[in-house]
Design a protein around this ligand. Structure first.
Ligand SMILES: C[S@@+](CC[C@H](N)C(=O)[O-])C[C@H]1O[C@@H](n2cnc3c(N)ncnc32)[C@H](O)[C@@H]1O
Length: 398
């Protein structure tokens, strides 16, 4: 089974909407454009097969697997990524979407306290006074420099919403609302952008927290209704917040196809971009930092060399070879990377990892990122680097 280079490049280039249905739920660095895993899943699997993405990030490939009536398994070390993936791939029934909608009504006491305040004061006065119109919950948050990263009254509003979400009984509805809250955190904190962890001054009022949250929940519900009615009841998805180097919870020869975009060495710090989200939602960001493969922190700050990346990826690939059925396929999308001035070809790195862990290389397509305008988010494109789609086959015998 082979990919056609022209077919795949035109699939990628002719994309005009990457945010349909649940794909727009949450920001995530280096998201797949959904059409790419969609193409690969269609090419390499049949309906009701099981597709795995072992570095699933925000769950794009698993959403596409469900939409194509395939089962999905996602593995992701980052708890924000894992939560977003779980929510995007868990259909909600009418009762659950209604519960989410009614939650906005329940929050009215938070809203009224904030709106009264906005009417009393103009915007700038409000920020300068930094007064609280709700009981102070900020002292419950154990995070150094919390007021460097958030305005006190904004953080207090966030924590009130979180506190109310935590009282909801249905876990799927609770997770759904937590993703809505998580999605707006960078915007309402002082963090400069989704991929830059530096504090800047932003003109955000506590009322904005509520308004953004409410809009987000309403939009997510609309999309969830459409998504839930688009997928077959016979397929399911399971997301694990786990380290792909240590998978022992999936049976041998269980999966029909693997598609993933692994972390590229020295390119991103996922744990850092989502650090404030983890703090608010109560996850341990230090544990994530330690387990994240390929982070800039690891390769730039701690100066680890390419060997540690190869070692971790080989550990992971051995697990994948075990879980994937014999002679079945594994598609990888990876870019080139640079560590302390040395350029590493993404294809050569994956080939090295793959052949030493029980895979054979079937095909690869490489393209210059400057020529492909839409493969990934703009921020992901760095001049002169290539990207590769690599197809491996599990070499083990039946
Ligand atoms: C390129 S991103 C995947 C993005 C995804 N394709 C999407 O559409 O959102 C790579 C992911 O690998 C995750 N990762 C890094 N180390 C990991 C590990 N040891 N186990 C599992 N996931 C890990 C990162 O947290 C990151 O989310």
């Amino acid at each position: 089974m082979r990919m056609e280079k022209n077919e795949i490049l035109s699939t990628i280039l002719n994309v005009n909407n990457t945010n349909y249905l649940v794909h727009n739920y949450h920001p995530y660095a280096a998201k797949f454009i959904p059409q790419l895993p969609r193409y690969l899943i269609k090419k390499f699997t049949n309906p009701y097969d099981t597709v795995m993405d072992p570095f699933c990030g925000s769950g794009t490939a698993i959403v596409e697997a469900l939409l194509l009536s395939r089962n999905g398994i996602g593995i992701e070390i980052n708890p924000i990524g894992a939560l977003v993936s779980k929510v995007k791939t868990t259909p909600l029934n009418n009762e659950q979407t209604l519960t989410a909608m009614l939650f906005l009504k329940e929050l009215e006491h938070v809203r009224n306290a904030l709106l009264m305040n906005s009417q009393k004061n103009n915007h700038i006065q409000y920020i300068d006074k930094n007064e609280l119109t709700l009981p102070d919950l900020t002292n419950t948050l154990n995070f150094p420099n919390k007021f460097h990263w958030f305005k006190k009254n904004v953080l207090n509003t966030i924590l009130h919403i979180k506190y109310n979400i935590d009282t909801i009984e249905d876990k799927d509805v609770r997770d759904f609302l937590l993703v809505a809250l998580s999605s707006i955190i960078v915007k309402i904190s002082n963090q400069e952008s989704e991929t830059r962890y530096a504090a800047i001054d932003k003109k955000v009022r506590p009322a904005d927290v509520f308004i953004l949250f409410e809009d987000k929940v309403k939009d997510m519900i609309k999309r969830m209704k459409e998504f839930s009615s688009s997928i077959s009841e016979e397929v399911y998805a399971k997301i694990y917040q786990q380290d792909s180097r240590f998978i022992n919870f999936i049976p041998e020869n269980f999966v029909d196809f693997i598609v993933t975009s692994p972390p590229y060495p020295n390119t991103y710090d996922y744990y850092l971009y989502h650090k404030l989200r983890m703090v608010v939602l109560g996850f341990d960001y230090k544990a994530v930092q330690e387990k994240e493969i390929g982070s800039r922190h690891r390769h730039s700050s701690k100066k680890e060399n390419i060997e540690t990346y190869l070692h971790s990826m080989k550990q992971s690939f051995r697990n994948f070879a075990n879980i994937l059925k014999p002679e079945h396929y594994f598609a990888i999308i990876v870019g080139d990377s640079i560590i302390r001035g040395v350029k590493y070809d993404g294809y050569e790195i994956i080939k090295d990892i793959a052949v030493s862990t029980g895979f054979e290389v079937v095909q690869h397509i490489s393209y210059d990122l400057d020529d492909i305008s839409r493969l990934f988010n703009k921020s992901f494109r760095i001049k002169g680097k290539k990207e590769h789609i690599i197809i491996l086959k599990n070499a083990k015998e039946e």
